[in-house]
Write a protein that binds this ligand. Structure first.
Ligand code: C2E
Ligand code: SIN
Ligand code: FE
Length: 386
């Protein structure tokens, strides 16, 4: 390979790396991905990522022992990794065993023999150290200055991905449960099977987002934001919401306001998840051709999240019994969705719906509330008024 070809190759690997890292929100998977990629880019034998745990002042890392993954922890300041974390400096050594700072515990545990080692800090956008990144045993010679630069560049890309994944993980338990319970409160009055309905909306929306080819992070966002789409119904009077028959024109005008109420409840939130939920609540009754409500938005003016949830919502509403309508067979609902392609619904979203229809149907048939997206929220929380 000429130098120019080498550089071109490297650039390709880096661009690919950036793409891969920005898409993965699962922290463990992300760390594995990063290690794999770095081995290729730096032509080295091993790569470890250490994450700083500020609560305990330790660095932790996942190591593969045969088929199993074990978490190991080292005190902040110990080993090469610890030195890098506390000093913020890059360390590049030819033979780790000749360096007093080297911590042998890991090699002892894994049976691995570390020779050369290149360790750089992982810094987030505000410059805080969030971990350490180590490459071990370069294939030909020891790591050189070029490798150092490369490693620092990779590390900055990796750091932002890791921080995102960490934020996501810290959000995904208590906060998601709160969001879900909030959604249940809102739907409690007009849904016979609130928990099932919300789970359907959530799963259908995520499936359609997947079918559209959205990155995993977006799919997860929509999975958790979609159950809040009708939260604004808390502001609608029982006399209207629970009216057994057809609504008058004025009553329907009143119902339409649930989109505005929902957007108001969820607006100006810190969390990106609630920001998405706000768009969904405000725009899930907009139609692709501009004839929807409340703002008569058209096509791409409508957030893609809302365009997705709109299909999921109508499919589920049609397949469910309401005080004002009997339930439809799924096939009839599916035909209705396809008939509205380009009218109420974004054609590409309808195509994605078709692509995952098999999965949607399975989910629909499953509708017994045995499992929910959030553990602990069960069928008992449904209201049975049949
Ligand atoms: P929802 O019951 O969750 O229905 C959501 C959307 O599914 C509806 O939005 C509509 O686009 C679609 N949908 C539901 N049932 C049917 C149906 O039988 N035929 C067709 N073609 N589409 C259907 P929409 O129309 O904007 O209504 C929003 C919400 O207003 C409904 O949410 C429901 O809570 C309420 N609503 C609408 N019409 C009536 C009614 O006649 N009586 C009562 N009591 N409530 C109504
Ligand atoms: C060290 O950081 O001192 C060694 C860690 C390793 O072997 O990966
Ligand atoms: Fe709605």
């Amino acid at each position: 390979m000429t130098r120019a070809e080498e550089l071109e190759n490297l650039l390709r690997l880096l661009v690919n790396f950036g793409g891969v890292v920005s898409k993965e929100t699962n922290l463990s998977k992300l760390l594995e991905l990063i290690a794999e990629q770095v081995k290729t880019i730096l032509a080295c034998d091993r790569c470890s990522v250490f994450i700083l745990d500020r609560q305990t002042n330790e660095l932790w890392s996942k190591v593969a022992l045969g088929m199993q993954h074990t978490e190991i922890r080292v005190p902040f300041g110990k080993g090469i990794a610890g030195h890098v974390a506390s000093s913020g400096l890059t360390i590049n050594i030819k033979d780790a065993y000749l360096d007093q700072r080297f911590n042998h515990d890991l090699d002892r545990l894994t049976g691995y023999r570390t020779h050369s080692i290149l360790a750089v800090p992982l810094k987030n956008v505000s410059g805080h150290i969030i971990g350490v990144f180590e490459a071990m045993n370069k294939k030909s010679a020891p790591f050189n200055v070029d490798d150092e630069g490369l490693m620092q560049l990779i590390s900055s890309l990796a750091a932002s991905g890791i921080e995102n994944a960490q934020l996501y993980e810290s959000l995904s338990k208590s906060q998601l449960e709160t969001i879900y319970r909030l959604a249940i409160t809102a739907e409690y009055r007009d849904q016979q099977d609130t928990a099932i309905h919300l789970r359907h909306i959530s799963e259908y929306s995520a499936l359609i987002a997947q079918g559209l080819g959205l990155p995993e992070r977006e799919v997860e966002n929509i999975r958790y934001a979609s159950p809040l789409h009708d939260i604004g119904k808390v502001g609608i009077a029982d006399a209207i919401l629970l009216k057994p028959g057809k609504l008058t024109a004025e009553e329907f005008e009143e119902i339409k306001k649930h989109t505005l109420y929902g957007a108001k409840i969820l607006c100006n939130a810190e969390s990106s998840l609630l920001q998405i939920a706000c768009k969904v609540a405000g725009s899930h009754h907009e139609k692709f051709d501009g004839t929807g409500y409340p703002a008569r938005l058209k096509a791409e003016q409508i957030s893609v999240y809302a365009r997705i949830v709109s299909v999921a919502d109508v499919f589920d509403a049609l397949c469910s019994q309401r005080v004002y309508k009997p339930k439809w067979e799924p096939q009839k609902a599916r035909e209705y969705i396809n008939g509205e392609k380009g009218k109420a619904f974004d054609p590409s979203v309808v195509e994605a719906f078709e692509k995952v229809y098999g999965e949607i149907l399975k989910m629909h048939a499953l509708g017994d509330g045995k499992t929910t997206i959030i553990p602990g929220i069960t069928k008992e929380m449904n209201r049975h008024t049949y």
